[in-house]
Structures are given as C-alpha cells and as structure tokens.
Design a protein. Structure first.
Lengths: 497, 165
C-alpha cells in the first residue's frame, strides 16, 4: 500500500470517537503540564504509564503523543508570560517572547508561537509520514551489529555532545545503564546488580526513576533553595488580543518555515536534542532579519522561528523512535517503554506487524495539532490561570501524583524509598549540573544495546571485528568517534593554526 | 575555552562539593565492579552477562576519576551556580513529609498520608495557610484516589478512609 493509503487508514482509526477523545485528553493534559513550570512530558507520560494495563496500545500511544505535542505548545506560554522556561528547549523563546510581553505585546507573541507551533508541527508530521517508510526500508537491512553501532552513536550524541560537559553527560548515561542492568539477565537468567535483594530481580521500574529524577528531584531542589521562595516573577497580563497584525504575519511566516526545516532534520537524526535547533533558528533569524536591532528587545522573528524549530524537532524525534526503536529524548525513551509494556518493539517490523497502530498514531498527530491550535489561541486565558497556581500547592500536588505513579502500581514501600533515593540523586544532579535525560535514555537503551551486541557476537561466533568489517557498522562507529573527539580535535587544530 | 578564560573562571584549588560527587561516582563504579564479580560465569553464550556489567563499572570509575581531576583543579559547579543560599527549614519540612509518607502510608492509607505530605510540601515552600493546604490536599488526594484506584485501575491499597469508600 502507498504511504497515502496507509495514512488514510490511519485517519480512519484516529477519527474513531474514542481515539479522538484520547487525543483531546492528551493535548489538553499536555498543554496544562507544559504550562506548569517544573513539569514536563517525560514525567507526565511516566506517571500515566500504568494505564497501559487498562487500555489498548493505539489509545495509549495516541494519548501519550498528544501529551508530547501539547507540552511543546504549553511550554511557550510559560516562557513568554513568566520568563522561567519550562524546559531547555523554550529558553530561546523567552529571550524575545518575554520582552514582547513586557511591552504589552503578549498576545502577538502567544499567537505567533501557537500558529508557528501548528505550522511546524504539521510540517514535522508530514515529515514523519514520508520519511518513516524510507527509514524503515533502510532499517530492515540493519543487522544486530549495525543496530549496536547506531545505539553507540546515539549514546555519544545524547550524553557527550548535547550537554555542557561530555564527562558529566557520559557519567549520567553510565548511571542509567547501571540502573537498566539491575535485575535478571534475560538471556542467561543470571541476577545482576541486585545486591541479593529479591525485590530487585524484576529490575527497577522506569516510572520510579523518571518520577524520582524529574518530580521529586526538582521539588527537593526548590525546597532547599532560598531564592526560590522570594520569587517575585509576576505573570505578565495579556493586555492585547491574541492576534497578529498584518506586519506580524509578514514577519512571522518565513521564520516559521525556516524553523521547521531546521528543527525537523535535527530532531530526526539519531542524535536528537531540541535545544540546538532553537538556537540555530534564533541566530538565523537574527542574521536575516530586517530589524536586527530589535533582537533582545522583543523581535517577533525571535519567537516565531525558535518555536517552530522546537515543535518540528519534537516531531522529528518520533522518526527514529518509531522506525528504528531508537529513543533520543527522555520522553521518547519513556514512550518506548510504554510500547515494551505491551510487548511491542518499535522498529521497522512494527510498520509491517502493526500498521494500524503506527498510522493511527501518525494520523492522530495531525488531528492533535489542529486541536492544539484551537486550545492555545482562543483559550489561552485558561492556561494563564493555571500559571497562577501558587507554588506551595503546585509542588504539593506534584508529590501526591508521584506517590500514585509509584506506590499506586506496586503498593511497595520499597518503591517509595527508591523513588525518594532517585529524587535525592536528581537533586544532586541538578545542583552539580549533570544532565538527567541520559539517565533515562541509558536505562531504556542500555539493555537493547547489550541485546544487539550479544546477538551480533553470537552470529559472528565471538569475532569482535564484525563491528569494523560491516561498512554500515564501521561508518556509524566512525561517526560516534568523530562526535566524541571531533570538537576537541577541531579546537586543538584551530589553536595551532 | 581559552586559557585566559579558564584562569579567570577558576582560581584553581579544591572544590569540596564537586569532589564529593566525583568520589561518589567512583564509588558507584566500584560497587558495580563488586556486583559484576558476583555474577556467575556463563559458558553458553559468546558474550556472557558480565561483559556489559564490566563496561558499566569501568565507565563509571573512569568518568569518576576525570571528575575528581576536575574537582581538584577548581571544580565545575561554580560555573553555572544558580543555587545560591540553602533554605534548611524548607528542605527539612519537605524531608519530614517524605519520611512520614514512607512510614505511615501502609497504616493510614494513601489519602491521609498524601494530605500530610501535601501540607508539609506547602510548608516547605513557605505557605502559612495551614487550613487551606489541608483542605486542598485532602480534596486532591481523595479525588486522585477515586480517579486512579477506582476508575483507572491502579492499586493504591487501603487505609482508614479508603475502607469507607
């Protein structure tokens, strides 16, 4: 069947009333948590993972994808009105967006962010639609050795290239691999890293780690921080209407498109990372703008471009996740574990075995984007109200939900202790500037990398050279080495020359 | 970073907090190594269950040592230090709430301990409206219990109030 035919079948599934409802719930919850500072899609999806026991996979994935897309929209509202970016990918939006809001142009900033998100989200989803099959066809040629090398490449990029420090990134990744190692080795049945505790034989639930790192860790950090209490960051009021003037439109549409075409390919690479495209887009717009002097004082291009780049790269991340089974962000890693709890393995086979799931999900992304445009333009006032929830109540609520997400599925006090231990780790990681996403990615991707490595070695009868003699494996490893040492070598060469 | 930048940012010397973290990473690596030795050897597979476990241990020890080196030559955390002053009172309120949650959840049940946790957390963030926090905390825990346990099928367990529902 052609891509178009698949997509039409997908729409037939996504337009079923129940699935529409799941998409609506997803985008609404997603926008709300995107708006709330301190909450992100990874945490929310982790908290909702247990519903995978209750609902069918298509419904769950539509819900999760809705949350993922929704959070991208909601995050921009916060960075424009509050100047405390909800997540790193919206830092750039706050640069210009908050300045615009302070000048009384909050409505225009929110409008260009929402419409830009819609344009980019739709372009990104079109990208997924047409890129998925070529990637799948390529991936079908991958052997275990190639997969292993691909995972090594993505380990390197998510930990060593994207963060502030390669050493701290790789440390976080190794901690994640450590956590993923705990439990029974599924190939030999040996217990590993269990410290003799029977409770650890089944491994550590990714929910406990994600919720501990993101929710409990963040709460501890702020509770122990004096400056978080005398925070007089006022929510800026939206005085103008949420609309754009003719001039706003003419200054926004090109940044939207450029942002989309910067964001999507970078998101779709097996490296991921949503910050880089937003910064690239910002500097591109600054360079191309007819009003470069406005940058830093509220230039609309500086909101339109990065917001589009952010959403397009979020869509791009779904390509390696669905087509290769390769998560490149914390959220994608948790979505992957949702698939795993259905015993479904994302990757090229998924498109053949469960087309209704994949294409239903992709079609629901188009629908979700339309819903989000409506939710975020006329109804933006509702979200502004959410921003006014007092911090004490917000974090009290977060911890109650953290309890549900862990104790509520295992009824185990040990899980609760583990949750708070992870929270403590999250606190120190935040305090000492370690990235947390590599922990989740290492935890989910580590066991998969090991499995592929062992399969490759079984096929090659223990011959390590298989990773160097297969052209695909060798080039992926070479890329990984370049990504790891390239920047340093480049710097050394420049200093000499 | 050029050499002049570096000397401006750090005056050399030992960063105690950073060193503690770095040593912690080395220790975690050593624990991983210790646990790896305890994995029984397996003769059947080309690559046994130990290989990746060793790799993890080596990675942690290696990164930990690099961090130790960073820490004794000035450290890194001051470069992006946004934490500022410590609020012990707030932090301890939160810690008390978390410990109470662990200690009491099996006897009192989710709804009551969550209310308590909610109050403690609000207090940690400087709230002085005890009655408001208690009411909102209770309502939230109650609604969340009914929604997740009864409707979504989570198993949050029983307790003093849950028994009456």
């Amino acid at each position: 069947m052609s891509t178009f035919g698949h997509l039409m079948n997908g729409f037939a599934i996504a337009l079923q009333p129940m699935n529409l409802l799941w998409a609506f719930v997803g985008v609404t919850v997603g926008t709300a948590i995107g708006v709330l500072p301190g909450l992100g899609p990874a945490l929310t999806i982790a908290l909702l993972l247990p519903i995978t026991y209750k609902v069918d996979p298509t419904a769950a994935m539509i819900l999760f994808a809705g949350i993922y897309y929704g959070a991208m929209y909601g995050g921009s509202t916060t960075s424009i009105l509050l100047n405390t970016p909800g997540e790193s990918a919206t830092i750039v939006t706050s640069l210009e967006g908050n300045k615009m809001a302070k000048k009384g142009r909050a409505g225009a900033a929110l409008a260009t962010a929402a419409i830009g998100s819609f344009v980019a989200g739709t372009i990104g989803t079109i990208g997924i639609t047409f890129l998925a099959e070529p990637v799948v066809n390529l991936a079908l040629k991958f052997g275990p050795a190639d997969y292993f090398c691909l995972m090594v490449l993505s380990f390197v990029t998510v930990s060593a290239v994207l963060g502030n420090s390669a050493v701290r990134g790789v440390t976080a990744l190794a901690v994640g691999i450590f956590l993923g190692m705990i439990g029974i080795d599924n190939q030999t049945g040996q217990a590993r890293f269990t410290f003799g505790l029977a409770e650890l034989y089944d491994g550590i639930n990714v929910i406990v780690v994600a919720v501990g790192l993101f929710a409990v860790g963040e709460t501890l950090y702020l509770a122990f921080q004096k400056s978080s209490k005398n925070n007089d960051d006022e929510v800026i009021e939206v005085k103008d209407s949420v609309m754009m003037s003719k001039e706003d439109w003419s200054r926004s549409w090109k940044p939207w498109l450029r942002g989309s075409f910067i964001g999507f390919p970078i998101g779709a690479m097996p490296a991921g990372g949503a910050e880089i495209p937003t910064f690239l887009s910002y500097y591109t717009e600054k360079k191309l703008s007819k009003h470069p002097e406005e940058f830093g004082h509220g230039a609309i291009e500086g909101v339109a471009g990065p917001e589009a780049a952010n959403n397009a790269s979020a869509a791009g991340v779904l390509v390696p996740m669905l087509a290769l089974g390769l998560p490149t962000s914390a959220t994608a890693a948790i979505m992957l574990s949702a698939f795993q709890s259905y015993n479904i393995n994302p990757g090229p086979q998924l498109f053949a075995t469960k087309p209704e799931l994949v294409w239903g999900l992709i079609a629901s992304l188009y629908i979700g984007n339309v819903m989000l445009l409506v939710l975020n333009l006329p109804l933006v006032g509702l979200w502004v109200k959410i921003l006014r929830i007092p911090t004490p109540l917000l974090y009290g609520g977060i911890l109650v939900f953290a309890t549900i997400g862990t104790f509520g599925i295992s009824r185990s006090v040990i899980d609760l202790m583990l949750l708070y231990t992870m929270g403590l780790m999250g606190f120190f990681m935040r305090r000492y500037d370690f990235p947390t996403a590599p922990v989740i990615i290492g935890m989910i991707l580590g066991p998969l990398a090991e499995q592929n490595f062992r399969q490759a070695m079984t096929i090659s009868q223990g011959d390590m050279s298989v990773f160097l003699t297969r052209p695909l494996s060798a080039s992926l490893l070479l890329l990984a080495v370049l990504a790891l040492f390239g920047p340093k070598l480049w710097g050394m060469m420049r200093r000499k020359g | 970073m050029s050499d002049t930048d570096r000397s401006k940012a750090t005056k050399g010397g030992l960063a105690k907090g950073d060193l503690a973290i770095a040593v912690g990473v080395v220790l975690l690596g050593l624990i991983a190594g210790w646990q790896t030795i305890l994995i029984p050897q397996s003769a059947y597979a080309a690559v046994g269950p130990r290989a990746f476990a060793w790799a993890t241990a080596v990675m942690l020890v290696g990164m930990g040592l690099l961090l130790v080196k960073d820490a004794v030559t000035g450290g890194w955390s001051h470069e992006s230090d946004e934490f500022g002053e410590v609020d012990w009172q707030g932090g301890l309120w939160l810690a008390a709430g978390l410990i109470a949650n662990i200690a009491l959840i099996e006897t009192l049940g989710f709804i009551l301990t969550s209310t308590l946790l909610f109050i403690c957390t609000a207090k940690a963030f400087g709230s002085i409206k005890l009655t408001r926090d208690a009411l909102i905390g209770f309502a939230l825990a109650f609604v969340a219990y009914v929604g997740f346990d009864r409707i979504l099928g989570y198993k949050i367990g029983s307790g003093l109030i849950e028994r009456l529902l």
